[in-house]
Every structure is written in structure tokens, then in C-alpha cells.
Design a protein. Structure first.
Length: 361
């Protein structure tokens, strides 16, 4: 009996330590201390093969901008812990973000049957059943939290997520759509790993419906990220990225869409986006199959969505007082690597929204 009691005590202490490591990992992740969070979650994972610690590792990979690692480990966790439906919900969410919506829908439909009342499963199922992406409200809490964390940033009253922007010029500037941007209002941008930076509108590009925002400090860009040396060929594979506008300042991960670069507009001015996107304010980056920036998606004026092309981007970055990055030869990238780049290149735009009754989007 004494041995049994001692073993039970050891097991209880073991689980207490594991729970402590999980709590430390979550606290570090909420503070956007990625290295500390990963260390604590891995310590917990080393004590027991459990879904909660593995989901912490997956979310830490995402917070650090490592989508490919998160996706691969998410597949393992969902498969190895079928009794934990939150793991399947998190993996389905990652598939959804990266443009694999059919696979995400198939997985979540099976999971809903097993646990129709689970908050994370219900959240993902509701998003995938919607005709178009929308703000689904606060995501479920850990361990299957479906959004990044962001450090608190002082902002004016009334600020909300109004759309998407695209980082250029080594992360010193962002291109944003002007349709919903109020004149003279404070502007903030936040990337997919939760780094928020204040900016100011530096110059407008009236003919395109975009503006260039200068950031107080540069935001990180993927290594080797460049603006393509040439405008995209009509019909070539392209990837567009957008954030879902929200009613508050909550951080989110962006969504990726696959399609083909559009054709020149009938007027001879501009280029149709060509990628089918749900209604929204636009402003997100467009990548080619090599992961180069080949445009910025902008709302059409009474017609289809448009694309601000590399030739216009280079000219306007130079006009703003900085040179564009030189072209770098790249091989074709996987969709998962394109999305990983998008976590840094695409940004949420936060400002006081200007209401407009004549905007198509």
C-alpha cells in the first residue's frame, strides 16, 4: 500500500509540473515571447505525449511565423490524438488559412459528428460553412486558440480593423487602400505574428485608390522578399492574401486565395486582379509562384478588382524616397511557403473607419 501511495504521489507531482509548464508556455505566448513559450511547451510535451502541449507548440510555431512547421505538426497532432477534437479543429483552421478549404471542410465535417458542442470545432465549422469569410467574433481559448497574440498597443478610441495592407520598401512602408481610410486619422498596421506599428499616410496614389504609409519603425520581411522585376503575365498562377475586417482590434491570421493573374483593363489602364475574392476592402499582397510580390489587390471602381502592379510599386517607392529591392532568382514555392511569407508581408490595417455609401466593397 505504501508503494502504491508513493507512486500515486509521484504521478501527481509529475502532472503538477506538466500543468505548470503548460501555464508558463501559455503566459509566454500571450506576451509574444516565442522562444520561452516553445521551451515550456516542449518541456510539457516531453513529460507526456498529449494533445494540449502539442497544440501549444503548433500555435507557438505560428506566432513565430513558421506556418510550414505548424501545418506539419498539426497533421501529426490531429492524427495521433483523435480523442481530442480541438487538435482536429486547429489543423482544419490551418488548412483553411492556407487556401486548402476543401480539405479543411472535409476534416471539420467529420469532427463535428464526434463533438458537435465543442467550441473550437463549432467556431471552425461556422467559418467554413459561411458563404464568405467574416468576423466570427472572439476565437475559442487555449489550447485550440485560433488566432495569434499581440502585445498591447495604445490606440485612439474607435479604432478597428478596416482592411489589409502590403509591406514594401524593406518593411519601412505599407501600401493600403484608401476607400475606408479617414483623412488625418492615426493608422496602425499589424502583421500575422502580432507585431503592431504606428504609421502616417505619406502620399496618396489617386489613380489607383491606394496610399503609401510610412511606419515609425520597419517591420520584418521574409529573407529575400522582393518586388518582381516584371509585371505578371496574364493567366499566370497568382496568390492573393486578405485579412477579414473586424469590429475591434483583435489580431488574426490572414487568408490565402489561389487563382490566375488578370488581363489588362479594357481602358488600357490598370490590370484586373483575376483572383476571385469575397467582398472586402482589399489591400493585400499578390504573389507569383516564386513567392515574389507581383501586385497589391485593390477594389475596382465600378468594375472588377484591380491590381497595383510591380512597375507602379517600384515607381512609387522610389518617389517616396527609397529604392526597391533588386530582383532575386527563385524557384517555384509550395503554397504553404507562400502563406508563410504572407504572414509577414500582409498586415491588418487599423484605423477609425470612414463610412461610405458609394463603395462597391
Amino acid at each position: 500500500m505504501a508503494c502504491s501511495a508513493h507512486a500515486a504521489g509521484d504521478a501527481g507531482e509529475h502532472e503538477r509540473l506538466r500543468t505548470e509548464f503548460l501555464a508558463r508556455g501559455e503566459a509566454a505566448l500571450a506576451a509574444v515571447e516565442v522562444e520561452t513559450a516553445l521551451r515550456e511547451f516542449e518541456r510539457a510535451a516531453g513529460m507526456r505525449h498529449s494533445a494540449d502541449s502539442e497544440m501549444g507548440v503548433i500555435r507557438t510555431y505560428m506566432q513565430g511565423g513558421h506556418y510550414r512547421r505548424a501545418l506539419a505538426f498539426g497533421a501529426h497532432t490531429a492524427g495521433a490524438h483523435r480523442d481530442t477534437v480541438g487538435a482536429a479543429a486547429l489543423y482544419a483552421w490551418l488548412l483553411y488559412l492556407g487556401g486548402q478549404r476543401a480539405a479543411a471542410r472535409s476534416l471539420i465535417e467529420q469532427t463535428v459528428i464526434l463533438a458537435p458542442g465543442d467550441p473550437a470545432v463549432g467556431y471552425v465549422a461556422k467559418a467554413l460553412q459561411a458563404a464568405a469569410p467574416r468576423d466570427e467574433g472572439p476565437p475559442p481559448g487555449p489550447p485550440a486558440r485560433l488566432a495569434p497574440y499581440a502585445k498591447p498597443t495604445p490606440m485612439p478610441v474607435g479604432v478597428r480593423v478596416i482592411g489589409t495592407g502590403t509591406l514594401i520598401d524593406g518593411g519601412r512602408r505599407a501600401v493600403i487602400p484608401t476607400a475606408a481610410l479617414p483623412v488625418g486619422s492615426a493608422v496602425f498596421v499589424r502583421n500575422g505574428i502580432g507585431i503592431t506599428m504606428r504609421g502616417r499616410v505619406e502620399r496618396a496614389l489617386p489613380q489607383s485608390g491606394a496610399a503609401i504609409v510610412r511606419l515609425e519603425q520597419p517591420l520584418p520581411l521574409p529573407e529575400g522578399m522582393t518586388v518582381a522585376a516584371r509585371d505578371p503575365f496574364p493567366g499566370s498562377v497568382a496568390y492573393a492574401v486578405e485579412y477579414v475586417p473586424g469590429a475591434d482590434t483583435s489580431p488574426r491570421w490572414p487568408l490565402l486565395y489561389t487563382g490566375f493573374a488578370g488581363t489588362p483593363a479594357a481602358s488600357g489602364k490598370g490590370r484586373a486582379l483575376g483572383i476571385e475574392l469575397p467582398a472586402g476592402p482589399r489591400g493585400g499582397p499578390v504573389f507569383d509562384a516564386q513567392g515574389q510580390l507581383v501586385g497589391v489587390a485593390l477594389p475596382g471602381r465600378g468594375g472588377p478588382d484591380q491590381m497595383l502592379l510591380p512597375s507602379a510599386l517600384r515607381a512609387n517607392v522610389a518617389a517616396a524616397g527609397a529604392s526597391a529591392s533588386p530582383p532575386v532568382a527563385l524557384g517555384r514555392l509550395g503554397t504553404d511557403e507562400i502563406y508563410e511569407r504572407a504572414l509577414l508581408v500582409s498586415v491588418q490595417v487599423l484605423a477609425v473607419k470612414r463610412e461610405s455609401g458609394n463603395s462597391k466593397h
